[in-house]
Design a protein around this ligand. Structure first.
Ligand code: NAG
Ligand code: NAG
Length: 232
């Protein structure tokens, strides 16, 4: 008889487990035809017992993932014992290890081991770096637009493109203003990010990159102003 202790299991995870059981029971008939018979085992973690439906071909590795879902003990921090034996070989299957129907499996491990603090921090840092990376990608897009303008202006300067030059220069100048506004917007976005050490270093690189590109843009702007003197 499996007793569920509501101590720390959230109502949601119990509901999920019930739905899973129901689903697996409905499913059982057809799956037994496929030769991988499913059966319940009992996970004991502290005072809590939970039923888990497994099959003989399930590996310890798969079990570890299920145990993490059901007990909230992170996979790297679990010790899984069956009849006093530690289930360590993660590629072994349950049938091989003699974990049969109704087997009691003991789970040792804390729900919130010390390291999760560090892991959360790392996750947070990944998110921060991702935000910086996205801005860097926008920067790449703007750079190629800027380079197009530069090429076009150079063509006019070298007299390769003589067709309505004044008008074209006006258009490129407008493009440049738009590009600069975008760069400013990206700088503001970067400035608004709350970052830790690693991501801060990345941000510095992207800020430098934008500053360099804005200087480049300023030079083209001057170049356009000079040319407009010649081709009003
Ligand atoms: C479990 O693994 C053994 C050894 O690899 C294999 O012979 C057996 O068929 C597997 N059992 C199931 C139910 O997959
Ligand atoms: C782990 O299990 C696999 C598959 O059953 C087996 O081939 C391997 O020898 C085992 N390794 C150890 C260290 O027991």
């Amino acid at each position: 008889m499996v007793k569920r202790c509501m101590g720390w299991i959230t109502a949601a995870s119990v509901v999920t487990a019930d739905v899973t059981l129901l689903f697996l029971r409905l499913f059982k008939q057809s799956s037994s035809n496929m030769g991988d018979r499913e059966y319940p085992i009992i996970l004991c973690h502290g005072p809590t017992k939970q039923e888990l439906i497994v099959s003989g071909d399930m590996t310890v590795q798969d079990l570890v993932v299920k145990v993490e879902e059901m007990t909230q003990v992170p996979r790297g921090h679990q010790k899984i014992l069956h009849k006093g034996r530690n289930l360590v070989n993660s590629s072994s299957n349950l049938s091989q290890l003699g974990v049969g129907q109704g087997a009691k499996v003991m789970i040792l491990g804390k729900i919130n081991p010390q390291r999760t603090g560090v892991e959360e921090e790392e996750e947070e840092e990944d998110k921060e770096c991702e935000a910086v990376r996205k801005i860097d990608m926008s920067c790449t897009g703007l750079e190629s637009t800027l380079n197009e303008v530069i090429t076009n202006v150079n063509c006019i300067e070298r007299n390769f493109d003589t067709h309505s030059r004044g008008e074209a220069l006006g258009r490129y100048r407008k493009n440049l203003l738009g590009i600069n506004e975008e760069f400013m917007r990206l700088l503001e976005q970067l400035d608004g990010l709350e970052l830790q050490e690693n991501a801060k270093v990345r941000r510095k690189c992207v800020v430098r990159r934008i500053q360099t590109l804005m200087e480049k843009s300023d030079r083209v702007h001057d170049q356009i102003n000079n040319l407009r003197g010649q081709y009003p």
